[in-house]
Unconditional design. Structure first.
Length: 396
C-alpha cells in the first residue's frame, strides 16, 4: 500500500476517533499515549489504565461518568490481554465499549510500531513519505532510550545487579545510566542522612515522593537523550514500604499510588526481585552493617506482600531472587534485551513541557461506587482474562 493511501486511512480513523471522543471515555495505557493522541488533535476524557488502578478502576470510572468507552490499548500480546480484561470488566457493569477504532489503528500502524504512544510518529512519517512517494519499511526518526526499574526488599541483590547489567550494556556500546532512590542529591540526600528524625510513614512517603518528582525529570531527560536508565527502586518501593505497618503506623496504599501518579513515568520494564524475608535478613546480616528500622523480618514480610500485589496490579516481571546470582542476572538481562530490541522512536518532545497546563484528571484514582446489584470480577486484571490469554503481562 502506498504511503498516501495508508495516510488517508489513518486520517479516517482519527476523524472517527475525534467524533467518539466527544462523549466516550478513552481508555489508554499511560500518559505517553495521551500525549501522542493529543499531538494528532485527539482530546477528551482520557483514563490511563496502567497507572490509575487497572481494568477494574477503568470500568468503574466509565460507569460513574455515564459514558461508553473506547478501548485503545497497544496491539502487542500485553495490550491484547489488557483489552480482554477491560472488555470483561466493562461488560460486567453494562458499559458499552468500542474496539473497532483500536483494530483499525493497529492495522494502519502495525508495520511501524506496536503501541499507541508512537502513532504520531507514524502519522508524521506517512505525511512525509506521501509527499515524496517513498514508502519506508521502518521509522527513521531518532531512537529513544529505555527506563528500567529493579524493585525488591532489602537483600534482594538490586544494587549489585544494577552494576552488573550496566557493565554488560556498556560493553555493547549502549549508553547506560545507573541511578537509585532515594537519590544522593537534595531531598534524597536529606532522607539518607536521617536528618528528618522520627517521622510517620505518611510524612516519610511525602519526602520520598518529593525526591522522586525531581528524579523523574532527570530520568526523562536521560531517556530522551537515547540512554538506557536502570533505576534501583522507584515508586513501588514507596508504596510497598510506607503502606506496611511500622511501629504502629502506616500510609494508605491508594493514597500513596495517587500522589505518585501525578508525576511518575511508566517504566518500559519493572522487575521485582522476589525474596522471602528469612533469606533477606540472612543476606543483610552478612554485610556486617548496622540494621535499619526497615530490616525486620515481620516488617519485610508485609513489604513483600505489598510488592507482589503491585506486581500483579501493574504487570511487573517477577524474578526469584533466591536463585544463584548468575541465574538471576541472565533472566533479568534477557528481559532487558527484549525491551531494547523493541526500543521505540523518541518519545513525544512535549515531555519537557509538562506543567500546570497538563490535564491530571486522567491520572487520578477515581473514587468509584458500584451500583448495588453489580457484580465485578474479583482478583487481578490478569486473572480476569479468558483462559487462552497469557497468564501474566509481557514486560515493556
Amino acid at each position: 500500500m502506498e504511503a498516501a493511501e495508508r495516510l488517508e486511512r489513518f486520517d479516517s480513523v482519527l476523524d472517527d476517533l475525534s467524533e467518539l471522543s466527544a462523549d466516550h471515555v478513552l481508555l489508554v495505557e499511560g500518559r505517553n499515549d495521551v500525549l501522542a493522541l493529543e499531538a494528532l488533535g485527539i482530546h477528551g476524557d482520557f483514563f490511563c489504565v496502567q497507572v490509575s488502578g487497572g481494568p477494574v478502576r477503568a470500568a468503574e470510572y466509565a460507569w460513574n461518568a455515564g459514558k461508553p468507552a473506547v478501548i485503545l490499548t497497544d496491539w502487542d500480546r500485553r495490550g491484547d490481554s489488557l483489552e480482554e480484561d477491560l472488555a470483561r470488566n466493562l461488560s460486567s457493569l453494562g458499559v458499552r465499549f468500542d474496539t473497532a477504532i483500536r483494530e483499525r489503528l493497529s492495522w494502519v500502524c502495525r508495520p511501524y510500531c506496536k503501541d499507541v504512544e508512537n502513532v504520531h510518529n507514524v502519522h508524521a512519517m506517512l505525511e512525509r513519505d506521501s509527499k515524496t512517494n517513498i514508502l519506508r519499511t521502518a521509522i527513521t526518526v531518532s531512537m529513544s532510550g529505555s527506563f528500567i526499574v529493579l524493585e525488591g526488599i532489602d537483600g534482594a541483590g538490586k544494587s549489585s545487579l544494577c552494576a552488573r547489567l550496566s557493565e554488560e550494556l556498556r560493553s555493547r556500546g549502549i549508553d547506560t545510566v545507573v541511578t537509585a532512590e532515594p537519590t544522593h542529591e537534595g531531598i534524597g540526600a536529606f532522607i539518607r542522612s536521617g536528618g528528618a528524625g522520627s517521622i510517620s510513614q505518611a510524612t516519610e512517603a511525602l519526602l520520598f515522593s518529593a525526591d522522586r518528582n525531581d528524579h523523574t525529570e532527570r530520568i526523562g531527560r536521560w531517556v530522551d537523550e537515547g540512554k538506557v536508565v536502570i533505576c534501583d527502586r522507584y515508586f513501588a518501593s514507596t508504596v510497598a514500604y510506607q503502606s506496611a505497618v511500622l511501629d504502629g503506623g502506616s500510609a494508605d496504599t491508594e493514597w500513596l499510588i495517587s500522589i505518585n501518579s501525578q508525576f511518575i513515568d511508566r517504566a518500559d520494564l519493572t522487575v521485582l526481585l522476589d525474596l522471602d524475608p528469612g533469606t533477606s535478613m540472612g543476606r543483610v546480616g552478612s554485610r556486617g552493617e548496622e540494621e535499619s528500622k526497615f530490616e525486620r523480618a515481620d516488617f519485610l514480610a508485609q513489604v513483600r506482600s505489598g510488592y507482589l500485589a503491585l506486581a500483579e496490579r501493574f504487570g511487573f516481571a517477577v524474578v526469584d531472587a533466591a536463585a544463584d546470582a548468575d541465574s538471576v542476572y541472565r533472566e533479568v538481562l534477557a528481559l532487558i534485551e527484549k525491551v531494547i530490541r523493541c526500543i521505540r522512536p523518541r518519545r513525544y518532545s512535549a515531555r519537557r513541557a509538562r506543567g500546570s497546563e497538563e490535564k491530571r484528571s486522567s491520572w487520578a484514582l477515581p473514587a468509584a461506587s458500584l451500583p448495588p446489584n453489580a457484580s465485578l470480577p474479583s482478583g487481578s486484571s490478569s486473572a480476569m482474562g479468558r483462559p487462552s490469554a497469557p497468564s501474566s503481562p509481557i514486560p515493556r
